[in-house]
Design a protein around this ligand. Structure first.
Ligand code: PAF
Length: 333
């Protein structure tokens, strides 16, 4: 096996730091994950492999971003499969015969990442946490309060250990990517710089455009046909927003999306599937404020996020579509 295909697995912060010190001045691309890797993650890994001489994938199921009633203990853990996928990606990319690895996996323990300990209940937590105030409460943050506190905290720690040149996040979690870019800017983090926190477009199933997610694995075979409902609802909403007259409004988007969900809900009941609406919202990608203007009232191309969440049985699915000029979001300036 060429050395570039060997993938070191660093099981602690200490091991990672020692290994990183031994590296020469190489560009490091970082893909933080909670494991259960799917094609969406692999798209981030492929992009990182193509833009950096070394890619680090972290696998860490972060307790601080799960509320006490959420699925921390049942979250899919598939380490062997994850390693297989990473090997395949490195193999696909491996056109050189360099003696140094192109990819490494950082697999820290909970004790390592939370030296002061971590419990699920926020009131009982002790230690240092990171908040991005004013940007954690909308969209996903409204349904999952404190979720982004957990994400911002772990990603700050991961950046501090990995010190990446670039970091890659998926558009499916658009609020997460934009909030972390802001956090990097506010905390004056240099590895990565805000412009090197890269958001990669959502990877979807080819046949029905369901956004790929580790949580799709929870869907039963009867539930699965109803999973693209959210995408269909957001698409209907985006059509309203993009109406040629420019009269598209937040209310119109939400109403169109809810209508699609209502229709599919009736079919779901017939099939014995429970479908519960969580939210659909239209937000500004910069301020995260709910958009309260009609499209024609702002400069042409002003971008918006149309996002939502929907429960199918016990699986909570999220998705979003963008409208307008997305160059800044996708680092294309
Ligand atoms: O998107 C995820 O998988 C997680 O929120 C992340 C960024 C790995 C932090 O735990």
């Amino acid at each position: 096996m060429p050395a570039s295909l060997k993938i070191p697995v660093l099981p602690s912060v200490k091991a990672f730091r020692e290994w990183r010190q031994s590296l020469d001045n190489r560009s490091i691309g970082f893909v933080p994950t909670m494991g259960a890797l799917h094609d969406g993650h692999m798209k981030l890994v492929d992009r990182s492999l193509s833009e950096n001489s070394l890619t680090v994938v972290s696998i860490f199921v972060n307790p601080a971003q799960f509320a006490p009633h959420e699925d921390l203990s049942s979250y899919p853990r598939t380490f062997d499969g994850d390693m297989r996928r990473i090997h395949e990606a490195v193999g696909r990319d491996s056109i050189d015969s360099s003696e140094t690895p192109k990819c490494a996996v950082f697999l820290p323990t909970v004790e390592d990442m939370y030296p002061s300990g971590i419990v699920q209940n926020i009131e009982d937590q002790k230690g240092t946490f990171v908040q991005v105030k004013g940007y954690e409460e909308q969209m996903e943050g409204k349904s999952r309060p404190k979720f982004f506190r957990g994400v911002a905290t772990i990603v700050t720690k991961l950046f501090s250990v990995v010190q990446p040149t670039r970091a890659y996040f998926g558009q499916k979690d658009i609020q997460q990517g934009l909030l972390l870019r802001r956090m990097v800017r506010d905390l004056l983090i240099s590895h990565p710089l805000p412009e090197n926190l890269i958001i990669v477009p959502t990877q979807r199933e080819k046949e029905d455009f369901l956004a790929l997610s580790s949580r799709n694995a929870y869907l039963t075979s009867i539930e699965r046909p109803f999973a693209p409902t959210l995408y269909q609802a957001l698409t209907a909403g985006r059509q309203v927003w993009e109406e040629i007259s420019g009269s598209g409004s937040r209310e119109g988007v939400v109403a169109a999306a809810r209508e699609v969900i209502k229709r599919r809900q009736e079919e779901a009941i017939q099939a014995g599937v429970e479908m519960r609406f969580d939210y659909v919202e239209v937000n500004d990608p910069d301020t995260f404020d709910v958009v309260n203007w009609r499209r024609k009232e702002r400069p042409e191309g002003q971008p918006v996020i149309i996002s939502g969440a929907l429960w199918i049985g016990r699986t909570r699915l999220i998705d979003n579509l963008l409208s307008g000029d997305t160059k800044e979001i996708f680092n294309q300036l």
